[in-house]
Write a protein that binds this ligand. Structure first.
Ligand code: ZN
Length: 219
């Protein structure tokens, strides 16, 4: 789907998530997309060496995604961890928290659309490059293995570490897993089904209140 029709679709279905607010307000997807785009522009402004949007490549986009990992809330076990492949570890471990694949995938979708809506040409869209697609695929497969994500499509109630991804619209706007029952609907045709993860990609500017190193499996 191209950027224009994607935007149109978003406009046509405002407030899909049950908010009774007036249709005049931008949809959550639209406002989320705007926030994501501003976050990325901010990232470019702070980039060293300086980087302009025009010179931004797929490699830079991947670098951005890796940068976001420090704000992630999804436990991804390293190969040496005894809980590698455990969907439900019985105890905390020291493995890093990262951005869940589903969050990154939805984010890239929004940024890809935003790039073209802001005047970028589709043929030079860094978010649509093969390198980015391959990176996302590797993240998905790596996380599925490390987290032992089952392939059955069963909803489970979980604690903060593995709450379901919130809808694309709320990714990056939610710091706490406040809507744990939403299932991912990012249109990516997830084959892993149960891509549970943290509360989504955090905006760096507000992530100061998050404590990325705390393990939340206290129950
Ligand atoms: Zn671990």
């Amino acid at each position: 789907m191209d950027a224009a029709s994607e935007a149109a679709a978003a406009v046509a279905a405002p407030q899909a998530e049950g908010s009774p607010a007036a249709a005049a307000a931008p949809s959550r997807y639209e406002s989320q997309k705007r926030r994501d785009w501003n976050t990325f522009l901010q990232y470019l402004r702070n980039h060293k060496p300086p980087l302009t949007l025009a010179r931004c490549s797929g490699a830079h986009v991947i670098e951005f995604l890796k940068y976001l990992d420090q704000f992630g809330k999804t436990k991804v076990h390293i190969a040496g961890c005894p809980y590698f492949g455990h969907p439900n570890p019985p105890a905390p471990c020291a493995c890093p928290l990262k951005q869940a694949w589903g969050s990154l995938d939805a984010l890239i979708g929004r940024l890809r659309a935003a790039f073209e809506e802001n005047g970028g040409r589709p043929e030079s869209n860094p978010f649509a490059t093969r390198a980015v697609r391959i990176y996302l695929k590797e993240v998905r497969e790596g996380q599925a293995k490390a987290r032992g994500i089952p392939y059955e499509k069963k909803k489970r109630k979980r604690t903060a570490v593995t709450t379901s991804v919130t809808s694309a619209a709320t990714v990056m706007s939610t710091l706490t897993g406040s809507s744990p029952n939403n299932t991912i609907t990012n249109g990516a045709g997830s084959t892993t089904g149960n891509t549970t993860n943290g509360a989504g990609v955090s905006v760096p500017s507000v992530a100061a209140t998050a404590t990325p190193n705390v393990t939340a499996t206290a129950v």
